[in-house]
Design a protein around this ligand. Structure first.
Ligand code: ADP
Ligand code: MG
Length: 484
């Protein structure tokens, strides 16, 4: 069911297509040997090619090609064995060549798709139109001098994979879920680190509105949105803006806009060029790229298990809910951590401990999973103690807290603190008898029909046994003694 937006004059359907620029993981640039490390001193990673000195020739980086093909394969896309680099001519102060080397009519990757997981648990397939390789531009710095702008060319020439979706998304939630899934896939295969804060992944959002079932409306493109939260805000603002204009009798002009995060609104940057304005033509400095089918096959063989397959396996093998499985597979490290914990144990219990207790503590302490003071083996050990009734789930939480703080092993903590659960019926019965005998008022209440009083009895027994009595035994014994 497509979600619609309500206008003054009726319902509107929002149509979204995304162009995601993902920086490929490479040591050097797309056409030069200069380094690509993030955060280096300005202009320390610039070769003569990147600075566009006359007579310099671009040399294609093989790793960039591998990353693009690997990504295409992970997106179930057609790999084009023959592709062509083209010059896209436009003036940018931080792009010294005066043109960007990109791919136009013949990109390296053609049509593919992504299965997107929506917040309501449904999935949706979003079409991929293409993926092409292109150079990034440098960066203009406007805040370093009162009257001048500085230019940093470190980023100029870095490899970008531009991944273009079909206009298949119908809400900001779907767009957000698409970017999340794409990011997850890129990180699984290691072709991009997916770091939106550092700009390794940026999205341009194309947004239009139409009456349900009508032809596509005119779109506006919001450039360079660098967080998922901003992407959602930008789309929602933009759709509402377009609806208002059309309902007031106006028309949408195709244009490029930018999102002002501080104000939460989109603003016009320039009217949008059409492709012919760029005067694309094949770059005469570069041969067409012809791939060996064996090269593509080998990359296909090397693909890891991807998030969708892993999710399906987690649901089938561990009987997890689709939601839990989705959370656990979003990052490869998380999935591996979980599988180590769950090995040979109750998988649902393992999933709960990883997702609520461990994630909760890690978030609170702002620690990454890779640095978790509780290793997956140690967490597995704790779950083992719950499963064999050595400790109760309640006590396990205290043990876990101590494991998290000290890095100690669960069994050692239980031993040192004498936390072993009391499963000796006789010992518990003695305590139960004493408490029942000592509170005739509560016994009378219980017998008079106030069933909730049992909670008070359980609490008393637990208090006396310092939480160590097996809860099920306590309940059974109390019901027997109280005649429930
Ligand atoms: P360009 O590169 O000039 O921006 P493309 O034709 O490559 O143009 O399209 C870019 C993006 O715009 C694609 O993601 C596509 O899905 C999306 N798009 C195209 N038409 C519409 C539309 N009417 N509404 C929303 N998105 C659209
Ligand atoms: Mg575009």
């Amino acid at each position: 069911m497509t979600k619609l937006m309500k206008g003054r004059t009726g319902d509107w359907e929002v149509v979204i297509g995304l162009e995601v620029h993902a920086q490929a993981t490479t040591k050097s640039k797309l056409f030069s040997g200069a380094a690509t490390d993030f955060g280096a001193e300005p202009n320390t990673q610039v070769s003569l090619v990147d600075a566009a000195m006359p007579g310099m020739l671009p040399v294609l980086n093989e790793l960039s090609v591998r990353q693009a093909v690997l990504t295409g394969l992970a997106l179930k896309a057609k790999i084009n064995l023959h592709s062509v680099f083209a010059r896209k001519n436009y003036f940018y102060p931080d792009l010294p060549q005066g043109y960007q080397i990109s791919q136009y009519e013949q990109p390296i990757v053609g049509a593919g798709e992504i299965t997107v997981d929506l917040p309501d648990g449904e999935t949706k397939t979003v079409g991929i139109e293409r993926l092409h390789l292109e150079q990034d531009a440098g960066k203009s710095l406007h805040d370093q001098h009162p009257a001048q702008s500085y230019i940093d060319l470190n980023r100029a020439g870095v490899t970008l994979m531009e991944i273009v979706s079909r206009p298949d998304m119908r809400s900001s939630d779907e767009a957000a879920a698409y970017v999340e899934k794409l990011r997850s896939i890129l990180r699984y295969i290691g072709s991009c680190d997916g770091n939106m804060q550092e700009g390794s992944m940026r999205a341009d959002a194309n947004v239009s509105v139409r009456r349900p079932g009508a032809p596509l409306g005119t779109r506006c493109e919001i450039k360079n949105v660098n967080s998922i939260r901003f992407l959602k805000q930008a789309i929602e603002y933009e759709a509402a803006r377009q609806i208002e204009i059309i309902e007031d009798g106006g028309k949408i002009g195709q244009e490029t806009r930018l999102f002002d995060a501080a104000k939460g609104e989109t603003r016009s940057m320039r009217s949008k060029e059409d492709a012919h304005d760029y005067r694309y033509f094949p770059d005469p400095d570069l041969l067409p790229l012809d791939l060996d089918p064996g090269f593509v096959d080998r990359l296909k063989q090397s693909l890891p298990e991807l998030p969708d397959e892993k999710k399906a396996r987690f649901i089938a093998d561990y009987a997890l809910s689709p939601y839990d499985a989705g959370v656990l597979v979003a990052e490869r490290e998380t999935a591996e951590f979980f599988e180590t914990v769950a090995k040979g144990r109750d998988a649902k219990l393992a999933a709960n401990w990883v997702m609520s207790e461990l994630f909760g503590r890690l978030n609170k302490a702002d620690i990454a999973l890779a640095k978790s003071p509780v290793t997956p083996e140690a967490l597995g050990g704790l779950i083992g103690l719950i499963a064999d009734n050595t400790i109760s789930g309640r006590i396990a939480k205290d043990v876990f807290d101590e494991m998290f703080e000290t890095g100690k092993d669960a069994a050692a903590i239980v031993e040192a603190k004498g936390l072993k659960q009391i499963t000796d019926t006789g010992a518990i019965e003695a305590v139960v008898d004493r408490i029942v005998a000592g509170s005739p008022d509560n016994v009378a209440q219980y017998k008079g029909g106030n069933a909730k009083v049992i909670g008070w009895f359980v609490g008393q027994v637990m208090k006396e046994t310092q939480g160590k009595a097996n809860p099920k035994l306590v309940n059974d014994l109390l019901r027997k003694k109280l005649g429930g």
